[in-house]
Design a protein around this ligand. Structure first.
Ligand SMILES: C[S@@+](CC[C@H](N)C(=O)[O-])C[C@H]1O[C@@H](n2cnc3c(N)ncnc32)[C@H](O)[C@@H]1O
Length: 289
């Protein structure tokens, strides 16, 4: 059974280079800095994911939640906010897990600064996890499954780690609507270096499989054993994959001024504008024994 809705717009010691999607990037402190400063972009898709996982409701009994490939912890931060509002923080044991030491160090600082109770942060490879079987009521992967090299292995691992009847919920980019303006803004860079022309091409350039395709998501979940419910709801990777070192040296410093110039001309100096980003929210439930 599948239902669809559309959400508008919305350790390093583990051989990090070969096992983290977008090699090297997520292992660096730069990734934590970029991701934490981009939470105005990643935050809006965190709450729908938590709703989709059933974690926005009043929780009545103790549960264990795994925020896998947690990055800088944006989904966990939204979860704690919801739990705090419902006065249920004590009922949830939360594990934040990521393969990147630097992301986990960031989450640990955040845990301390915000006094998150019952929360731990661990370095874990999602596709080969050391975390226990049949243990979690909910496993969440926010905007990361498509970046995990062995993403099918990660789905199977989530099935293993969930308790019977446990819920697996993920968010994935479906349409990156900003690509069109950015493509046009950069079309006059010297030497016309190549750039993805549409959302499918952009996502395919960095995703580890067609995770923006709802049919693929559903089939992969079902193949791993889940009852499946699907809800349909950056640019450095492009320059790394599409440009030569010479093009990077020449054109990287020109990107920001070109974008500013294009947006100011198209939308008016300092004027707000909107771009579409559509996310898939998918969840599956492990069968009850
Ligand atoms: C785009 S960030 C998403 C972070 C966060 N969940 C969010 O919603 O913004 C992707 C994260 O996946 C992590 N990652 C990539 N491959 C991984 C793997 N094999 N196991 C665990 N985490 C992985 C990266 O380190 C990075 O922090």
């Amino acid at each position: 059974m599948a239902t669809m809705t559309t959400l508008p717009s919305g350790g390093s010691t583990l051989n990090i280079k070969s096992r983290i999607g977008m090699p090297e990037f997520f292992g660096t402190s730069e990734a934590s800095n970029i991701y934490s400063s981009a939470e105005h972009l990643t935050g809006p898709v965190a709450t729908p994911l938590l709703e989709h996982a059933g974690l926005n409701q009043d929780i009545k009994t103790p549960i264990e939640v795994l925020d896998l490939a947690c990055g800088t912890g944006v989904v966990s931060a939204h979860l704690h906010q919801i739990l705090k509002e419902h006065n249920t923080q004590e009922l949830v044991k939360l594990t934040c897990a990521d393969l990147s030491d630097s992301q986990i160090a960031h989450v640990r600082r955040r845990m301390q600064e915000n006094g998150w109770p019952n929360t731990e942060a661990v370095v874990v490879d999602a596709s080969q996890s050391s975390l226990p079987s049949d243990n979690y009521d909910v496993v969440i992967i926010g905007m990361a499954l498509m970046l995990i090299p062995d993403s099918r292995g990660a789905v199977k691992e989530c099935y293993r780690m969930l308790k019977p009847n446990g819920c697996f919920a993920v968010s994935l980019w479906h349409i990156e609507g900003w690509i069109y303006d950015v493509r046009d803004a950069l079309s006059n860079l010297p030497g016309s270096p190549p750039w993805p022309q549409d959302s499918d091409e952009l996502i395919s350039a960095w995703a580890m499989g067609p995770w923006h395709n709802v049919r693929f998501v559903k089939a992969t979940f079902q193949a791993a054993g889940f009852f499946c419910y699907i809800f349909r709801a950056f640019m450095r990777c492009v320059t790394d994959d599409y440009w030569t070192p010479e093009q990077r040296a020449q054109c990287m410093p020109l990107i920001e001024p070109a974008l500013k110039d294009f947006f100011n001309k198209k939308y008016g100096l300092g004027q707000p504008f909107t771009v579409e980003r559509t996310a898939i929210m998918a969840s599956g439930r492990k069968p009850a024994k």
